[in-house]
Write a protein that binds this ligand. Structure first.
Ligand SMILES: N[C@@H](CCC(=O)N[C@@H](CS)C(=O)NCC(=O)O)C(=O)O
Length: 202
């Protein structure tokens, strides 16, 4: 059995975030390229491990499958403690770290998708939508990223995820992101990191 981690990957997908994380951790991994079929057919090798047919999907050497970007980042951070990408379990910073790591998938991403893909529809009721509203999400992020890092005074997987999503949102000109000097300064600091440049070829 291969001792390497396997990341199902496409360079134009959320798998870039997981790839960036594996590079930050200096993990031993291989990429399994996944092509997107315009007709929507999913790769059978991917479906065999993840019935959602989604990437990123990470397969561990023992065959365990980890899906969902936040889960992959949390797993990698804990598996490579020497890379110092997460505060120690039980430390006061751990709660803040989890908060921002999970904010992306629970709040930022659905809010962004609602705003970009349902721009003409009335906003969903704030009390029902788990992310409240796009503007609440952006206000919250703006207040948080004013300091260099989300957790304490150093880079963590939470910055990697928030930074990757803000960078991704910038590429398609998301309102209040692409034209926001504080957000762009934060994204700029993170995307200068050598590991990010290695995965994006920048
Ligand atoms: N909840 C997943 C979302 C993953 C996802 O939607 N990935 C997209 C690529 S960015 C995908 O695999 N799309 C291909 C498809 O659904 O066929 C995560 O956070 O990782």
């Amino acid at each position: 059995m291969s001792q390497k981690l396997k990341l199902f990957h496409n360079p134009r997908s959320r798998a870039v975030t997981a790839h960036w994380m594996l590079e930050e951790a200096r993990a031993d991994y291989e990429l399994v390229p996944i092509a997107f079929d315009p007709a929507g057919a999913r790769d059978p090798a991917l479906l065999a491990v993840n019935p959602m047919g989604k990437i990123p999907t990470l397969v561990l050497p023992d065959g365990t499958v980890v899906t969902e970007t936040a889960a992959i980042l949390a797993w990698v951070a804990d598996a490579y403690p020497q890379a110092d990408l997460a505060p120690a379990p039980g430390s006061p910073e751990r709660g803040t770290y989890y908060r921002w790591l999970f904010f992306c998938g629970s709040c930022f991403e659905p809010a962004l998708i609602e705003r970009m893909m349902r721009a003409d529809a009335p906003p969903l009721p704030k009390g029902m939508a788990g992310w409240g509203s796009y503007d609440d999400v952006i206000d919250t992020l703006e207040g948080t990223i004013a300091k260099d890092y989300l957790v304490g005074d150093r880079f963590s997987a939470a910055d990697l995820y928030v930074g990757a999503q803000l960078w991704w949102a910038t590429t398609f000109k998301a309102p209040r992101v692409a034209d926001n000097p504080a957000i762009q300064a934060y994204v700029g600091r993170l995307t200068e990191r050598p590991a990010f440049r290695r995965v994006t070829g920048g």
